[in-house]
Design a protein. Structure first.
Length: 222
């Protein structure tokens, strides 16, 4: 896999929607935060049950669970749906969802996919990832180009699996980026040194908020 332009410069290619409307596939974004880490095993078991249940829905394209390495007891679930209608119909108040709500605080949101290189990561295909949270202060097009430059350069490195960029639907100036690697060592090597610092300085010039979070792929499925 290689970036879409020489030296990784330029925007990420848009993510293909299921019906040809490129770049507009809808995603649900759920952050779970445990009040007590002693309940992590029970929570992970319930979340895995929910992921399996969603995976049986034909309206679901793909999904991935991320466990934070920087925020103790924090998890992120990303799911990609064929349409907004499918997303809204996928969250009934059922017993499993109720149990998740009792075990963890839930922040729910939605986004559209602004770009993707590679497939959405699978549990067997990726180990560590970098989550990038951005609130824009500059032009969206310039930011997307600079994020493409940051992520695209990594794709020439051994061990990099791909990258994804999401844009909030309720707050279009809020972006969520994800870059993943096949090993923790590859992630360490890519996110240290002058190259990474230089690219992040370019992103920071267009953002009122920029935060990086190291995460680990904890589950995935279709």
């Amino acid at each position: 896999m290689t970036p879409n332009v020489p030296a990784g410069e330029g925007r990420l290619p848009p993510l293909a929607g299921s019906r040809g409307d490129r770049g507009r596939q809808i995603a649900s974004v759920q952050r779970f935060t445990l009040g007590d880490e002693r309940g992590a095993a029970e929570f992970e078991s319930e979340l895995a049950r929910q992921v399996r249940a969603w995976g049986r829905l034909r309206s679901l394209e793909s999904q991935v669970v991320l466990r934070s390495l920087d925020r103790s007891g924090s998890y992120l679930h990303l799911a990609f749906w064929r349409s907004p209608e499918h997303l809204f119909g996928a969250f009934p108040t059922d017993a499993v969802s109720a149990r998740l709500g009792r075990l963890a605080a839930v922040e729910a949101g939605q986004a559209v996919a602004a770009g993707l290189l590679g497939d959405v990561p699978g549990a067997a295909e990726a180990a560590d990832a970098l989550l990038v949270r951005v609130t824009l202060s500059g032009p969206a097009a310039a930011f997307e180009t600079r994020f493409g430059a940051l992520a695209g350069r990594f794709l020439y490195d051994p061990g990099c699996g791909g990258c994804l960029l999401l844009q909030g639907t309720l707050e279009p100036r809020a972006y969520l980026g994800l870059i993943w690697w096949h090993s923790a060592l590859a992630c360490d090597a890519a996110t240290q040194g002058d190259r990474f610092l230089d690219r992040t300085r370019q992103l920071r010039a267009l953002a009122s908020g920029l935060a990086f979070e190291r995460v680990r792929i904890a589950g995935a499925g279709a």
